[in-house]
Write a protein that binds this ligand. Sequence first.
Ligand code: GLP
Length: 236
Amino acid sequence: MKYIEVENYAEMSKKGAALIAAEIVSKEGPVLGLATGSTPVGIYKQLIEWFNEGKLDFSGVTSVNLDEYLGLDGTNPQSYRYFMNDNLFDHINIDKSRTYVPSGIAADLAAEGEAYDKLIKSLGGIDIQLLGIGEDGHIGFNEPDECFTGATHVVDLDESTIEANARFFDSIDDVPRKAITMGMASIMQAKKVLLVANGPKKYDIIQKAFFGPITPKVPASILQLHGDLTVIYSKN
Ligand code: GLP
């Protein structure tokens, strides 16, 4: 693991964006695993800036996102599909038909999960997976549990996650109680993993996840076993 501590969010975002940009310029048809949440927004802003300056071309890029709330379709501003369009895809020259987010409104969610894993396999896996981290250690929406789950699956969100994500909704009652998330297999099989976190609120969980025991009670801790993991933590 490469653990990098930086002073501020701007520095974290620039370093994170540089790692993703390196994949885009060095690979033909790179597959980016992307994440939502407030933490990656600075990385997306930096990538957009480099695109506007003519430094990055997204025309050959494919993306797969980690997760989606159940019951929200892509036109809902709280959906993760909407978030990705709004924070990245609408501002770069990526082919939208090659940007994938699991569907939270599929009639058969088990089939949706299976199809999502097959899709990732058919793309040849993920070149670099970007991750944030929840205060309870979740990655994607893989919540603390008795065991790690490999496949893309439906989860019940923890009360603490619902509370943490309520800031994006009008009221806590509007936060969906369930989500569909990529499981640990696709994440662990990504060729590179980049996890970003910022602020004192994330300090304890970063210590637990990357310097404590590997346990499904702290889902991100499994990343300690990944062969090419970079963690960037910004103190502020
Ligand atoms: C959500 C997402 C996670 C994200 C987490 C942290 O729960 N499903 O992928 O890492 O929020 O969000 P933030 O970066 O806003 O702290």
